[in-house]
Design a protein around this ligand. Structure first.
Ligand code: F6P
Length: 326
């Protein structure tokens, strides 16, 4: 087994709260195993452009509690090309990197797989607010994003209640409804629309508002996942159908920021440590995933083929809470 002496760490794709905690854990974990760590800046672009910094214990001493990523992030167009990846692999060799730990989502892992095919050992750490990675129960950043969205919607509810209004809130999640469903349950939404389940305006929105009104509610909260529909369009349809005057809020990138929650810091720290440990023990080209709270390792290629379906039990709970039977 080749000795691991120096590794690189990078963050790529959309940032997620807790990425910094993972970077810190990789650096501190590496030092614990007597391995040097280099921080590669701006995702895969940093490997292509030799954009890096030497990291030590002090350089990560204040980042555990901050959102964003101290290493910056990017979605690299150049890395999508064979030429770009060849350049990145050559730079790994130039820097003497015995492995690269890539923190990000499935796009990041597709890049990692390609780099591994050029002979560079890689390990992926799942971090995305979407929680849409098939191989893992949990992705770093999801909990904080849920909490941020909930805090915003609780505030919206105050003013919706005061004016007896209907609110349509669009949350992120790309093609996944995880964020919308968790948030919808936690804020007691009148209706939640997710991309995984086909929805009908009459049955899933209008009827729910009507039933809620009949049992005495005078304000309504509709949560829509960005992959399920456009909040402004749904607001307009509600106006035309039942004459309400909805207010639309697209939460947007606010969901990606903020100090990471306890869950995200703890998970990121464990994943970062386990990634380094795996490399030093000769395991690579894997993703560190969670299964019922435990850390597991899966080959990247296999992991990328796994699909994550929405948990129907959660959907059932949301539907029951929003049934407004009278
Ligand atoms: O994948 C994270 C995410 O925030 C998605 O929820 C969203 O669709 C996308 O990234 C937004 O990407 P960008 O920051 O490039 O606008």
């Amino acid at each position: 087994m080749a000795e691991i002496k120096r590794i690189g760490v990078l963050t790529s794709g959309g940032d997620a709260p807790g990425m910094n905690a993972a970077v810190r854990a990789v650096v501190r974990g590496a030092l614990a195993f007597d391995v040097e760590c280099i921080g590669i800046k701006r995702g895969w672009n940093g490997l292509i452009n030799n954009d890096f910094i030497k990291m030590d214990s002090i350089s990560v001493s204040h980042i555990l509690s901050s959102g964003g990523t101290a290493l910056y992030t990017a979605r690299s167009e150049e890395f999508m090309t064979e030429k770009g990846r060849q350049k990145a692999a050559a730079n790994c060799k130039l820097l003497g990197l015995d492995g690269v730990i890539a923190i990000g989502g499935d796009g990041t892992f597709r890049g990692a797989l390609e780099l591994s095919r050029l002979g560079i050992p890689v390990i992926g750490i799942p971090a995305t607010i979407d929680n849409d990675i098939g191989c893992t129960h949990y992705t770093i950043g999801f909990d904080t994003a849920c909490n941020t969205a909930i805090e915003c919607i609780d505030k919206l509810r105050d003013t919706m209640q005061a004016h007896e209004r209907c609110s349509i809130v669009e949350v992120m999640g790309r093609n996944a409804g995880y964020l919308a469903l968790y948030v919808g349950i936690a804020v007691g939404a009148t209706a939640v629309l997710v991309p995984e389940i086909e929805w009908d305006l009459q049955k899933d929105v209008i009827e729910k508002i009507r039933n809620a009104r009949i049992v005495g509610h005078t304000h309504f909260m509709i949560v829509v996942a960005e992959g399920a529909g456009k909040a402004y369009k749904i607001g307009e349809q509600i106006r035309q159908e039942i004459g309400l005057d909805p207010r639309v809020t697209v939460l947007g990138h606010i969901q990606r920021g903020g100090t990471p929650s306890a869950r995200d810091r703890e998970c990121a720290t464990r994943m970062g440590y386990h990634a380094v440990k795996a490399l030093t023990e000769g395991r690579n080209n894997i993703i560190i995933a969670t299964r019922s709270g435990n850390m597991v390792e899966l080959p990247i290629e296999e992991a990328l083929q796994m699909k994550k379906s929405l948990q129907m039990e959660r959907y059932e709970v949301m539907e029951a809470m929003a049934s407004y039977r009278h």
